[in-house]
Ligand binder design. Sequence first.
Ligand SMILES: [Zn+2]
Length: 76
Amino acid sequence: MLKIKECPYCHSKDGYYQKITYSGNGIYRYGFINDIGEQESIENGDMYDYLSSKSSKYYYCLNCNKRLGLVEKEKR
Ligand SMILES: [Zn+2]
């Protein structure tokens, strides 16, 4: 975390963020049409289990998007 009370560039107190990139491939399943003409529903609860995430090395200001500081390694 950053130990600052506001953005040093734009003086906003809105907060700051870390960029997170999600990557991965998943599948979304569809059922075939059944005997009464309806589509069978299929469980898709594991859709996001294949995603992995990577967070940025820097924190950025929510307002002006400038880099505010380095993220400490152990928190990434
Ligand atoms: Zn700012």
